[in-house]
Design a protein around this ligand. Sequence first.
Ligand code: MG
Length: 417
Amino acid sequence: MSENKRRRIAVLGSTGSIGTQTLDVVRRHPDKLEIVALACGTRAEELLAQARAFGVCHLALGDERLASAPVSGELCSYVEAASRTEGTIGFGAQAVADLVQLPEVDVVVNASVGEAGLRASYETLAAGKVLALANKESLVVGGDLIMPLAAQVDAARRERGDAPSFGPAGALMPIDSEHGAIYQCLIGESEREVARLWVTASGGPFRGRTRDELLRVTAADALKHPTWNMGAKITIDSSTLMNKGLEVIEAHHLFAMPYERISVVVQPQSAIHSMVEFSDGSVKAHLGTTDMRIPIQYALSYPERWDAPVQPLDFTQLGSLEFAPADTDTFRCLALARHAGQTGGTLPCVMNAANEVAVASFLGNGIGYLDIASCVEAAMDAHEKDGVQRVESIAQLEELDRWARSVARLWVQEHGR
Ligand code: MG
């Protein structure tokens, strides 16, 4: 990519936490970045405001029921008025996935929530574009499909001269703080000399609690995350350590690392975003302010670094850094995710779908906090009895996702309040 060409970005999930922070990064670097397409699930008014602010005329709403809502009329007339050439507006999952195909899109920031993001990730790479990935499910559920595609795009980028002369070719840029940290620690290193990845965890708001103490935890308690400011689903996942489990599976795919060489360590201050240990015992750690705009920006600036919109860490004020093992007896979701990852195939898909149902039910006061892990485990058990399959297609994963959701819903009905 030439030096003076702006990177043209499609943001999927633009009204969520990562989406709005991505727009913040773009606002600070208008000479380097440009938003050309925006998609969100349901928040049409916010989407319209974003489109106006950034002059974007390719829009999509994931929820197709909104096609007949009054705000859609407003969106349509906006697109018509704003686009000198041909603007587009679409409704439904396919309309969101269609945005990534637009010829004017160079990079797709996939910050959509849940399993719905997988198809968009797949189509982004299939179209030969750069994927800046915040949607965890893409790799957790579809890593076996996504990584070979990313390798193809990397090879094409090298051939075209679009890849940096040093380090990874950059077709798949992780936006998660942990994976962004590991990505940076690995630059310039030889794969053979990497001994272990250390994924750090804040431990969530319930670190140090016993199972008994967690019995009566409410959604409001779980939504108070100590160090990171995120959406509701991921905040609950952080509190159960399912989020860390998903990140271990992501790390396995992203860095082609066997599970026995990926460790989780609790680092309550979240100052260390992750670490890489090498064969000579040396460890590289990535530290920084806990602000998602930094990993978002790095995913968009790679291989460069740009000025950051945040206060740098002041080590003289940091105090002590603590480390502790994760308590997988209390926070069983982490152990379940490791088991799903190690088993591989379609088991992570089932685990992820059941977890989405369980978390939604917990947020709606349908089941208790500890029931989240039990519900996930029940769905995983059922799938293992049926037989875990090799991952072959998006359609297969979507079908299994639906099956796992129905199993989890049934579990919720039987065990819920
Ligand atoms: Mg993370």
